[in-house]
Design a protein around this ligand. Structure first.
Ligand SMILES: O=C(O)c1ccccc1NCC(=O)[C@H](O)[C@H](O)COP(=O)(O)O
Length: 208
């Protein structure tokens, strides 16, 4: 299976090395957001030095200064995990980063609405909705009903996120035909602290 992998919420150099060694294609770092995996931009920038995989700065409603700082720091991608409008998403894309727009999914309508972003963002990431009252916008380790993705047209290339683990990633990739799968909690010992054994198991289970 040639599904690509994004490992998200990295906070330590050793975990970055383990993810790269395991063959992850995208490495994600949470910057300037309400997150238990939060890094400053400077901390995240230090972690991507020498990294060959695509590097993704994950943000929530970033302002122009943060977007430009992310570009200057050398990230290839920016992930928008907030309430960015279509116009704002397009504006951010014009600032020169590859844009991933995250979309919380609970119904086919969410998928239909999300596809409106296809023209503005380079990639869509379908994730589970945050639990009510939780201010953290992602990384909850919750799955959503993958069959919803079959109820509305999805772009040919998209990222599947939300509660993926070594145990369910192969089934998820087969059922949704996602081009890229994204994991944070499922390869962690605790928020932001990855477990190399789980990272390797995730890759092995996906590859079958
Ligand atoms: O992971 C976070 O802490 C986070 C905080 C704020 C916005 C986004 C965040 N994560 C985004 C991701 O790409 C996660 O990998 C995705 O939500 C899946 O997480 P999980 O269900 O834990 O695998």
């Amino acid at each position: 299976m040639d599904t690509q992998v994004k490992i998200c919420g990295l906070t330590r150099a050793g975990d970055v090395a383990a993810a790269e060694q395991a063959g992850a294609n995208f490495l994600g770092f949470i910057v300037e957001a309400t997150s238990s995996r939060k890094l400053t931009l400077a901390e995240a920038a230090a972690l991507i030095t020498g990294v060959k995989a695509h590097t993704v700065a994950v943000t929530v409603d970033p302002d122009d200064a943060l977007v430009d700082g992310i570009k200057a720091a050398g990230f290839s991608h920016i992930q928008l995990h907030g309430s960015e409008t279509l116009a704002r998403t397009a504006e951010i894309a014009r600032r020169g980063l590859i844009v991933i727009k995250a979309v919380p999914v609970a119904s086919a309508d969410d998928v239909t609405l999300a596809t409106e972003y296809s023209g503005a963002a380079d990639l869509l990431l379908f994730d589970a909705k945050a639990p009510k009252g939780d201010t953290q916008r992602g990384g909850h380790g919750l799955t959503f009903d993958w069959s919803i993705l079959g109820l509305a047209p999805t772009p040919k290339t998209f990222i599947l996120a939300g509660g993926l683990t070594p145990h369910n990633v192969r089934e998820a990739a087969l059922k949704t035909r996602a081009s890229i799968v994204d994991v944070a909690s499922g390869v962690e010992a605790s928020p932001g602290i990855k477990d190399a054994t789980l990272i390797n198991a995730f890759m092995e289970q996906l590859r079958g």
